[in-house]
Design a protein around this ligand. Structure first.
Ligand code: FES
Ligand code: FES
Length: 237
């Protein structure tokens, strides 16, 4: 690892993430990612420049020998064989790599694996309980929330986090009344779209995704038929 990265990791990492998040327009994810700027544990490099990293992924403890520069996304896909998280842009702009870390959504392409020790990482592979799908997974299927499906793992992980954020009373930038945060029972399409704006779908399966989130939130979703459109204002047309 370069000396400047070792000595200035906190500052340079924070600046880098800030830039990437501004480009992606994902204000909600910013605090989560910025919190990752904590210094990773001291580790000893072997002759290949690798270090030993212990990760808890989907409830299982994993030990990896990887270079310190390896991202969490590459660690999951290339070293653990968890290929559900997708690599779209590899630069924090599409959300296809979204996973949950300690319950909050994170772009795993922007997170170094070495910084995730002692944290609880959940990928799309960890959401179902045996043969029972997570309610958000089931809602995506029932509401046609995917077409090619490439973005779907990230969309689902982000939706799971979205619902938890609403349960915790977290506001978004489109929350009209900050003294009365949105509730799951009445969270609007506009809120759902804003809160998922960090996840792009080139197939434009957005209407089904919004309907899936509504269903998972306990609402009655609009028809998943293609004639239901969500306008820019967030209104159902
Ligand atoms: S692959 Fe991580 S945001 Fe696109
Ligand atoms: S379903 Fe194809 S990119 Fe989203």
């Amino acid at each position: 690892m370069p000396d400047n990265e070792k000595s200035g990791r906190k500052t340079s990492r924070r600046g880098f993430l800030g830039q990437a998040l501004t480009a992606a327009g994902t204000a909600i994810a910013a605090p989560t990612l910025l919190n990752q700027a904590s210094i990773a544990k001291e580790a000893t490099q072997n002759s290949q420049g690798e270090i030993t990293v212990k990760l808890r992924v989907n409830g299982e403890q994993q030990t990896l020998n990887i270079e310190p520069r390896v991202t969490l996304l590459d660690a999951l896909r290339e070293h653990l064989g968890l290929v559900g998280s997708k690599k779209g842009c590899d630069r924090g702009q599409c959300g296809a790599c979204t996973v949950l870390i300690d319950g909050e959504r994170v772009y795993s392409c922007l997170a170094l694996a070495v910084m995730q020790e002692d944290k609880n990482i959940v990928t799309i592979e960890g959401l179902a309980k045996g043969d029972t799908l997570h309610p958000v997974q089931a809602a995506f299927i029932e509401n046609d929330g995917f077409q090619c499906g490439y973005c779907t793992p990230g969309q689902i992980c982000a939706s799971v986090a979205l619902l938890d954020e609403v349960k915790r009373g977290c506001a978004s930038v489109v929350t009209a009344d900050l003294t009365s945060p949105p509730q799951l029972a009445d969270i609007s399409e506009k809120e759902i779209k804003e809160r998922l704006s960090g996840n792009l779908c080139r197939c434009s399966a957005y209407n089904g995704i919004v309907a899936a989130v509504q269903q998972a939130a306990g609402q009655t979703p609009p028809s998943a038929n293609a004639d239901v459109m969500v306008s820019e204002s967030g209104e159902i047309a």
